[in-house]
Write a protein that binds this ligand. Structure first.
Ligand code: BDP
Length: 652
C-alpha cells in the first residue's frame, strides 16, 4: 500500500478512507485549526471516492460537529441515528480523533444505529521521545538506537527543508492518538543543545508541521545549558542567575513556539550533567525547569533513569535495579505540579523481560509517566519480528499495590519510537504495528492488544482477505514470546553484544561496570535480589509482590533469574529444571521463527511485493540470528553446568 510518493502509507492508505470518502459529510463549528485539518482530510478523500463535503443545511450522512473551543478536551462523542453518523467534540483534537475513529469503523460507521458513546483518552500525555541527533554522532549515528534509516526531522545538521514527511508523520500519530513528540535525543550533544537558543527556529519549523495534527513539540535539554549556552559559571538549580537564565530562555522558546510542550531531561545519567554536581536533589533540578515553564503552560519530563554506570559489582547497594527507586522515592511530594517523573517500565533497561518498576506506584504525590521502548534496541533491532503489544499490556495491567493498574497510576505514557526516514518508516514493515499499538494503548491502557493488532491489520491492508489477517496474527501474536525463548532466559536479561546490543554475547557485560550481570558459574545462574540473602531489591515492592518475588518457590518462572540465583537443577513451576528449560526454549524459539518465516512466505500473493520482500529478507536474518543465540546460549550453559540435554539434541 504505497500511496504517497516515496514512502509507505502505513496505517493510513487511501483505501482505508473508502467508506468515509464515499459519503456526504458536513463539518460544523467555529474557527479552529484542527477543524480545518478535519475538513481538508474529508475534501481529499471525497475527491477520491466520490463523496462530497456539503454546506450547513444540506443533508449529510456524516456530521463532525465542533461545539466549543476547549483545546484541552480531547474527547468526542460518536453516534448514529436516523441514517446520520455524528461526531461531536468540544475541542479540535477530539474532532480529529473522532474522524479517525470513523475511519477505523469503515462501512461499520454507516450501518444501522450506533448508541451514543463518549470516548476520551485515559492518559493526558501520549508522547514519543525521539532519540534523534541533529548532527550525525560518531558512534550513535543520526538516530541513537535507530533502526529505520535517518531522522525524520534532521538532515545535514539542520531541520529538513521539506517537512511534508513530518506532516505525514503527525497524521499517522494522530490516527493512533499520540499527541506529543520530543524531537531530539535525551543525550544532548553540543549541536542539539543549541536547539534551545539560537536554533529554536528549526524547532519552530518542525512544530509547525506537527501542529495541524494536534501533536505538541517538546525538546530534550541539557542540564548544563546555562554554562554551555549562557556563559554562566554554574548550572546550580538554586543559583538566581541560573534560574533567571532558564526563565528568559524559556520565554524566548515560547515566542517561537507558542504551544511548546516543554522539556525532557536526562540528568546525572550515563554521563549527562545534573544537579548532583551542585549537591542538589533531582527535585531541585526538575523544579527549576518547571518554574521556567509554568508561566507558559509547559511541563518538564524528568527521567528517573539515574544510576551509576561506572560502578562495578561490590555489594547489594550497587544493584542497578535498585537505583531509580533509591534515588527518587525520598523525593515524593517535592516535585512541582508541572513536573512529571518519567520512569522506564522496568528497573533495568528495556529488556525482553523485566519485572515492572517498583517506582511505579511508590510515589503517590508525584506525577508520573511510564516510558516504553518501541525502537527494538534489545528486541531484535527491527530485523526480528517482535510485536511488543502483549508486553506493554502486561506492564500497564500490572497492579503495583495489588489494586490499581499501572496504566491508571500514570498520567502519561512515553515511548522511544522506531520510525525514521526509511520508506517503510520502521525498517521492518511489521514493526509499524508496534508504533500503532503504543499509541492505542496510551489512549486506552486497558485495551486488548490483540484487538489493537486487528485494527492495525485492517487499516494497513484494507479489503484484504481473512487469510492475510490470520497470517499476520500467526506471525506477530507470539513473536515477543519467540524472541524471549531464543535470547536471555528467565528474566536474566542482557547477554547481548556490548555497545550496539545486537546478537548474543553471554558474558559481554558480565565483568563490566554497567551493572548487568547473570552470575552464571558451574553450580547455578541468576541474580539474588531477595531481601533475606540478596540485594534487597525485592523489598522495594508493595505487597503482594514483595513476598511473591522474595522466594524462588513463589517467584514467577519468567522472572526467576531476575530475582534469584538458583542451581541448574532447580525445578520451575512448569516442572522442568532451569537447565532443561534453557535448552528447550532455545530449540523452540528457533522452530517458531522458522514457522513464522514459512507462514510469511505463504502470504506472498496477498502483500505488496516490495513490502513482502522486505519482511522476507528480515526473516532470513532473524533466523540466522536466532540460531546463533540458540547455539551460544545452549553451549555456554552445557559447558558451565555439565548437564546434558535430556533429549540428546546436538548442542554446538
Ligand atoms: C539505553 C540506551 C542508550 C540510552 C539510554 C537512555 O542504550 O542509548 O541513552 O537507554 O534511556 O537503553 O537514556
Amino acid at each position: 500500500m504505497t500511496d504517497s510518493g516515496n514512502f509507505d502509507a502505513a496505517w493510513l492508505p487511501d483505501a482505508a478512507f473508502r467508506a468515509v470518502g464515499a459519503r456526504r459529510s458536513l463539518v460544523r463549528g467555529g474557527p479552529d485549526p484542527l477543524k480545518d485539518t478535519v475538513r481538508a482530510e474529508l475534501v481529499g478523500v471525497c475527491a477520491r471516492f466520490g463523496g462530497e463535503v456539503v454546506r450547513d443545511g444540506d443533508a449529510a450522512e456524516l456530521v463532525l460537529d465542533l461545539t466549543g473551543e476547549d483545546s484541552s478536551d480531547e474527547g468526542y462523542t460518536l453516534e448514529r441515528r436516523d441514517g446520520v453518523t455524528t461526531v461531536t467534540a468540544s475541542g479540535g483534537r477530539g474532532l480529529l480523533y473522532g474522524l479517525f475513529h470513523v475511519v477505523r469503523l469503515g462501512e461499520g460507521a454507516f450501518a444501522g444505529d450506533l448508541a451514543s458513546r463518549t470516548h476520551r483518552p485515559a492518559l493526558a500525555t501520549r508522547m514519543l521521545d525521539h532519540w534523534d541527533n541533529v548532527a550525525v554522532h560518531p558512534v550513535m549515528g543520526q538516530v541513537e538506537r535507530g533502526y529505520a534509516g535517518g531522522s525524520l526531522f534532521w538532515a545535514d545538521g539542520v531541520a529538513r527543508g521539506d517537512l511534508a514527511r513530518v506532516r505525514a508523520y503527525g497524521r499517522l500519530l494522530a490516527a493512533c492518538g499520540i499527541n506529543a513528540v520530543a524531537v531530539n535525543n535525551v543525550n544532548v550533544h553540543a549541536t542539539e543543545a543549541r536547539l534551545l537558543t539560537d536554533r529554536i527556529g528549526d524547532v519552530a519549523a518542525i512544530a509547525g508541521a506537527l501542529r495541524p495534527y494536534g501533536v505538541r513539540t517538546h525538546l530534550s535539554v541539557s542540564f548544563a545549558a546555562p554554562i554551555l549556552l549562557g556563559g554562566l559559571p554554574t548550572a546550580d538549580p538554586l543559583d538566581p542567575a541560573v534560574r533567571a537564565w532558564w526563565a528568559a530562555t524559556t520565554a524566548r522558546v515560547y515566542e517561537a513556539v507558542p504551544d511548546f510542550g516543554g522539556y525532557v531531561v536526562k540528568a546525572d545519567s550515563e554521563g549527562q550533567p545534573g544537579p548532583f554536581a551542585y549537591g542538589r536533589s533531582h527535585a531541585d533540578g526538575a523544579n527549576m525547569l518547571a518554574a521556567a515553564l509554568e508561566p507558559h503552560g509547559g511541563t518538564v519530563h524528568w527521567r528517573a533513569f539515574v544510576y551509576d554506570h561506572r560502578q562495578d559489582w561490590r555489594d547489594r547497594s550497587t544493584d542497578r535495579a535498585r537505583a531509580a527507586y533509591d534515588h527518587f522515592t525520598p523525593l515524593d511530594g517535592e516535585f512541582a505540579d508541572n513536573a512529571v517523573l518519567q520512569v522506564k517500565h522496568g528497573p533495568m533497561d528495556f529488556q525482553v523481560r523485566e519485572p515492572v518498576s517498583p517506582l511505579i506506584g511508590a510515589m503517590p504525590d508525584t506525577r508520573l509517566a511510564v516510558e516504553l521502548q518501541v525502537t527494538q534496541e534489545y528486541t531484535g533491532q527491527q530485523k526480528h519480528a517482535c510485536w511488543l503489544g502483549p508486553m506493554w499490556s502486561e506492564v500497564l495491567r500490572f497492579r503495583p499495590d495489588g489494586e490499581v493498574p499501572a496504566g491508571r497510576l500514570a498520567d502519561g505514557l512515553v515511548a522511544v519510537p522506531n520510525a525514521g526516514d526509511d520508506r517503510f518508516w520502521t525498517g521492518h514493515p511489521l514493526a509499524q504495528a508496534n508504533l500503532y499499538t503504543f499509541g492505542r494503548l496510551a489512549w486506552d491502557p486497558a485495551a486488548d492488544p490483540r484487538s489493537v493488532l486487528d485494527e492495525w491489520i485492517a487499516l494497513t491492508h484494507p479489503g484484504s482477505p481473512g487469510r492475510l489477517a490470520e497470517g499476520l496474527h500467526a506471525v506477530l501474536d507470539g513473536s515477543w514470546g519467540t524472541y524471549e525463548k531464543y535470547t536471555a532466559p528467565l528474566g536474566v536479561g542482557f547477554m547481548v553484544q556490548p555497545g550496539h546490543h545486537y546478537g548474543p554475547s553471554v558474558d559481554g557485560y558480565e565483568y563490566s561496570p554497567w551493572g548487568t550481570y547473570h552470575f552464571a558459574d558451574r553450580d547455578g545462574v541468576g541474580v539474588d535480589r531477595s531481601v533475606a540473602t540478596g540485594t534487597g531489591y525485592a523489598g522495594q515492592y508493595a505487597e503482594p509482590w514483595a513476598k511473591l518475588y522474595e522466594s524462588p518457590g513463589t517467584c514467577p518462572d519468567e522472572l526467576l533469574l531476575f530475582f534469584h540465583h538458583v542451581p541448574y537443577g532447580h525445578v520451575l513451576h512448569s516442572g522442568k529444571t532451569v537447565i532443561q528449560h534453557i535448552y528447550d526454549t532455545h530449540f523452540e524459539g528457533v522452530e517458531e521463527a522458522e514457522e513464522a518465516r514459512r507462514v510469511w512466505a505463504g502470504l506472498a500473493n496477498l502483500v505488496e511485493p516490495e513490502r513482502h520482500a522486505r519482511v522476507a529478507e528480515r526473516f532470513e536474518e532473524q533466523l540466522r540470528s536466532a540460531r546463533e543465540w540458540r547455539d551460544q546460549i545452549n553451549s555456554y550453559f552445557l559447558r558451565k553446568s555439565g548437564v546434558p540435554d535430556a533429549h540428546g539434541r546436538t548442542i554446538h
